[in-house]
Design a protein. Structure first.
Length: 367
């Protein structure tokens, strides 16, 4: 694999799993950046991440057994410590320096497990973009945070979230509403060194269907504002305000105003598949569990609409014929994001030997 064919950033934090996905002494097998990984929670309660292939015969450690904060391969019994070093081989005293697998730094913040796939010496947990509402009791989200698996490149999902004009067409009856959102409203784009921010007001328009479903006494028209931040390599935060027509956000008067917070995390599994983590929170009638359940059902319906068109797009772009995209004004934010990402990728390739990964194995190949 040449470095030019490897599109991944390694020296950054990626969302790996929701905390509830890794129970005490349990294991989770996932692939990140085309590397098979096992995440397990030791008896101490802390999570650890190792290459999922036992160094002996490549059997998955995710089929192994957690012992204290270690994990034992249940094929021939090698036992690994939390750093990936073999500390016990049944019937054998000698353990060589290469009896080990790669370990990956893991941090747990805001009900989310984060993994660092690059140089472990650079893994600074202060660089994690923790999302405050996930840990704030004044906001209520889903009973269990949600996960989807995409058969598509993560950049196509970033592209989708960078231009909300698609709400009017992909999500007409779920998240979007009137086509005025695409034809009349225009986003304010702020270009950042690590991504972008967007603010998009839609004034005096019909309520979004998912909002009307949990608020049946709404007026016919509302003002709606989506404020978005997208951070390299794939972290998305959004604040949504549903307010009476003519509401002034500088007034600090929130009578009749309802708010939502949305977080989405996209982690490449491979070049053409993505792990997608998400939650949607609200700060009104938080004692009513039916609100969050309805929101989850509506958002899932909308996200499945996204998933359908993005996965179909992926198939179209996998063709052998060259495809040249023609731009729209709404591409501004994604173009900037792509330039930021490509600059970071180029810098990483120049300074770190992370992009040349050998393919194959010594068991199935002869000679």
């Amino acid at each position: 694999m040449s470095d030019q064919s490897n599109p991944f950033l390694y020296n950054c934090w990626y969302a790996a799993a929701w905390s509830h996905e890794v129970s005490p002494t349990e294991k989770l097998a996932r692939m990140y950046l085309e590397i098979p990984v096992v995440i397990y929670r030791g008896e101490s309660g802390k999570c650890f991440a190792l290459d999922n292939r036992c160094c002996h015969r490549g059997a998955p450690l995710s089929l192994g057994r957690v012992e204290s904060d270690c994990i034992r391969c249940m094929y021939h019994g090698m036992k690994y410590d939390a750093k990936g070093k073999v500390i016990e081989i049944p019937g054998q005293d000698f353990i060589g320096p290469n009896h080990k697998v790669q370990s990956f730094p893991v941090e747990e913040k805001g009900n989310l497990l984060w993994i660092w796939m690059g140089d472990p010496k650079l893994a600074d947990s202060n660089q994690i973009h923790d999302y405050g509402p996930l840990s704030d009791n004044s906001w209520r989200g889903f009973d269990k945070e949600a996960y989807l698996h995409y058969e598509a490149n993560w950049m196509l999902i970033v592209d989708n979230l960078a231009d909300f004009s698609h709400l009017a067409f992909v999500h007409t009856n779920t998240l979007g509403g009137s086509e005025d959102y695409a034809f009349i409203t225009h986003p304010e784009v702020e270009k950042l060194k690590d991504g972008f921010k967007l603010v998009r007001w839609n004034r005096n328009d019909s309520p979004a269907p998912y909002h009307a479903k949990v608020n049946p006494d709404l007026p016919e028209k509302l003002d709606r504002c989506n404020s978005v931040q997208m951070i390299v390599p794939g972290t998305f935060f959004m604040s949504t305000v549903m307010a009476p027509v003519g509401w002034d956000p500088e007034s600090n008067n929130y009578d009749g105003v309802k708010q939502y917070r949305n977080c989405q995390f996209m982690t490449p599994e491979t070049r053409s598949t993505t792990h997608f983590f998400w939650n949607y929170l609200h700060n009104y009638r938080t004692d009513d569990p039916n609100i969050s359940r309805s929101l989850q059902d509506s958002l899932l319906e909308g996200f499945m609409e996204d998933k359908e068109i993005i996965e179909a797009q992926q198939k179209m772009l996998e063709g052998k014929d060259k495809f040249d995209s023609r731009g729209m004004q709404g591409d501004e934010a994604f173009i900037h994001f792509r330039r930021v990402y490509d600059a970071l990728l180029s810098q990483e390739r120049e300074n770190y030997n992370l992009h040349e990964r050998q393919i194959g194995n010594s068991i199935l190949q002869s000679g």
